[in-house]
Design a protein around this ligand. Sequence first.
Ligand SMILES: Nc1ncnc2c1ncn2[C@@H]1O[C@H](COP(=O)(O)OP(=O)(O)OP(=O)(O)O)[C@@H](O)[C@H]1O
Length: 785
Amino acid sequence: MEEHQDQNSANTSTNNPNPANTSTNNPKPVDEIIPSNGPIKIEDQALEAKSDRIKIPLSCKVDVLSSKLQILKKQHMDLSEDAKSITLYFPGIEIFSAFRDLEVRYDLIKKKYMEESIERKRLYNQVIELKGNIRVFCRCRPLNSEEKSSGSPLIVDFDPSQDSELHIVSSDSSRKQFRFDHVFGPHDTQEAVFTQTKPIVISVLDGYNVCIFAYGQTGTGKTFTMEGTPEDRGVNYRTLEELFHISRERKATMKYDLSVSMLEVYNERIRDLLVENGDASKKLEIKQGEGAQQIPGLVEKGVNDTEEVWEILKAGGEARAVGSTNANEFSSRSHCLVRVSVRSENLVGGEVTKSYLWLVDLAGSERLGKTDVQGERLKESQCINKSLSALGDVISALASKSSHVPYRNSKLTHLLQSSLGGDSKTLMFVQISPTAADMGETLCSLNFATRVRGIETGPARKQSDPIEFFKYKQMAEKLRHDEKETRKMQESLESLQLKFRAREQLCRNLQDKVRELESQLTDERKTRLLQENRASSMAATKSSMEKPPLFPVKRPPLSKLITNIPPPQSKPLIPPKTQAVQKENISPITNIPGMRARRVSISTASSSVIRPLTNKRRRVSFAEAIPSMTQFKMHQEDGKSYLRTSMEKSRLSLSRNRRRISRIFPPSAMKAAAMTPDRKFSNKFSSSPSSRIQVPWEPNLLTVSSPRVHRLLSPVNLRNLKNSHALNKFCSSLNKKVVTTTALSSPSTTQHKMGIGGITGKFGSAQRVLCNNVRRRASIQPITR
Ligand SMILES: Nc1ncnc2c1ncn2[C@@H]1O[C@H](COP(=O)(O)OP(=O)(O)OP(=O)(O)O)[C@@H](O)[C@H]1O
């Protein structure tokens, strides 16, 4: 009521003295533009007051806002034109204040409208969802004249207070109750049926897929409910009428394009019922399109009013396959489907959707035995039953929330795939007969409908226009790709950060190490400095004192150890070329009377020939190995006696010694020693470079300090050292007589191990070492001249 008043006020406002055809080329006189009774007035205040004062439902509020928006838009355009005209007559005049006010109000109402519109849709959809996206209405037809005359008993009982319940009363008076979303009795009109249907139908304009189908036994009124009669039109016509009505109401803010297709599924073939020239044999196939199933080649007729719709439905109905059965004289032998495609565009927000409304009049579901059909009719019935069975399977799968729904088992279910269950809204009419004769079929239909009602589907989803959908899809894909790239980059960044952190840690560790080493170095330096200072102070102290003895303090001087040393000879018997050696090792074998030998050095022969030392070193180490007595032989050369040994057994020991010596004495020291290499020995036992270094352990000259020592070392004596007692005796006497050894390096650092005996000999304790060696290993063959 108020809506109409609003519309009237809108019309009134459009009749204001500012005609829309005002042209800037042909400006109107000013008194025509500006009304004599005052400034331009926006005549929607009454409307606004009304809408604010009266508590009206949300949907009405949205409609009121829509109307206001329409009025304001019109006024805005008119004023704009007027303003231009006035400006032509009075340049510079200020006439835009009202115009600006209007603009502000227009924007405000537009914003309000958008908010209300969104809220309306949301609430409306919520209501439908609460009622269920799959809804089942039951409709019972009245008794036909034949049934009335035959007096067939009624089996359906309705409770007027309960419009969603019915009872089936069997012959034994037992009652079976069925509950549906709504139950229509024989006296309910087509209008009453559509009033309940309307809320679901309207959803198609909000962008949801909708499917309405009538199911039931032949002759129960499926076609009557869906198509109706010219006098009493059914759901199809009324639905389209309602869609046109709403689209007109919303035209200020929404633009709807409606088109209608009509087809039938006959013997599992799709037939276009709107095809021109009656070429209905054209084969149509179902293709999976964007969001919904498409039928390429299907005629789709745009409709703008109900008259056009009626003409189309009539033409399509006439082309439908009908036949006579025992149950119905004009029985539908096919499933008839009307598809209404709705493309909607929100003129304010720009949102575009494309949705489908399917209006399906199914073929009769009666059993074959009852209809008693043969031939072509039998085949039709089999196909009908097959597709209805497929529909039942789909419904069961949806009810049991199965992961696979067998939509493709029949053309019917395949066509309805996008509008059955899932994200669509479905309404089923279960049509029943009231007579006892159809009780079996009635119970079957009611049981099937109960199963359908038990389906719980998820919330319905809005369908967007395929083109828009494609655009959004592309955008979404790009977004996904970008996200992927970003993720990749983030991952690589993270890995780089990790690497960087690891490097940093390594760097820190190295820095710590460097600092530690630096501190160690500093400590070392300090210690060394301290030591150097101490050494220099000690040296200074020593230099101020008397020169210390060569040997340890406790040890008696050499001269005291070696007694009976003959006085030195005026002329040594050794040849001049060995003078250097002689200087160091006074020949024990010359045995010149009166000559005083200062040292005795007993050495193993690592070669077959004992040779005098040729370097300038003053000290030569004592023997590191004393070979067995049997290995020694005397050798005469140049009138001198040399101790010769085969070295068969001592080579290995000597080899070990050499290695130890190599460790003790660096190669440079070895070279510096410039001792004659024992080639034979080296070749045989040396493999590593270090072991090839010249061993300073060259055969040392045996020097005997006195004739007494000589005697001790005589072959006879040594040969007699058969037992340990004799050996000990020999050693003790030797200990008194012999002074040995020096080392190649400085006394302060020299410390080496004896190879054969494994005895550690220190510089200055050579005698003891020698004696131990002798005691342990063997006896020495005496050296004779
Ligand atoms: N609610 C009703 N009020 C009045 N008449 C009805 C009603 N329902 C059905 N009829 C009448 O019953 C007869 C059979 O109806 P209809 O042809 O619609 O059945 P049907 O289920 O479509 O059959 P079929 O499956 O064979 O096509 C028609 O004459 C129809 O006018």
